[in-house]
Design a protein around this ligand. Sequence first.
Ligand code: GLU
Length: 307
Amino acid sequence: MLQDTAKAAWEHGRQYLMQGKVADYIPELGKANPVFFGLCIKTPDGQSIEFGDVDKRFTMQSICKVVCLATALQHEGFDTVFSHVMMEPSGDAFNSILKLDTASNRPFNPMINAGAIEVVNLLAPTFSFEELLDFTRAICMDDEIVLDEAVYHSEFATGDRNRAIGYLLKSKGVLAGDVLKTVDLYFKLCSLSVTARSLAGLGLVLANGGVDPRTGIRLFSAQTVRTVKTLMFTCGMYDRSGEFAVRIGLPCKSGVGGGIMASVENRMGIGTFGPSLDEKGNSIGGGYALEYLSRALHLHIFDSEHS
Ligand code: GLU
């Protein structure tokens, strides 16, 4: 049953690929093949349901913001994190600098670039890139995640807007320390190569309250995971987060590399990969596949038994 619905969702999403466009503002991302499309669902009992390009590697991009936030909440604590970044949807593009200058000193939320750079700045004195890579491997249940050097170099070469965000934060006294080192670490974390399977693994650990269901080992506290999922729900899909909340009704996070990760409380983690993006930066096939799944399986968090 789940198998059939997942296949139908994958076929549904696949129809829309040609309506989107791959990201090319980072030249290396522009090389992605827009017809790649994969869907993976992982459940707590160890099933992995997979269709299409589920083992193709692509970069995590903004989905790393979830791992960064979880790590910061876990190690720096809720109050410290939210004294540096707010928890409000911005309604602006992920890399916008506008409101940061005019409306607020603290970034609106940790799912946009300004907020993620601030969060990475909190992590930088304590954690090396290698340690953060290890956390990412653990929470994605994928030991083969590595740095995609080509994307990292491309991102580094074209990342002036992110450096500008870092300097603006520093000029406001919000970001401490070395802007270039912080932004460099952020670029590396965006350039970690995952698969739809790894994203389903991440969604599953979040769905399971922060515990790896294979081992029973707790990776993040229940409180951390609850906060992360709430911010994914309200802010995880760029300036289309409101529409995704209505149509899909799940905590999701997308990245311009073409990934979407979704988490269904106690039930499953979902990872999709399709580098053809809508105009806001969300995988177009992934969005439609998730909407199909959510409707067919009544996954929306506000679906009741009467739906
Ligand atoms: N590395 C990307 C940037 O900061 C992340 C973009 C994204 O996936 O939203 O521009």
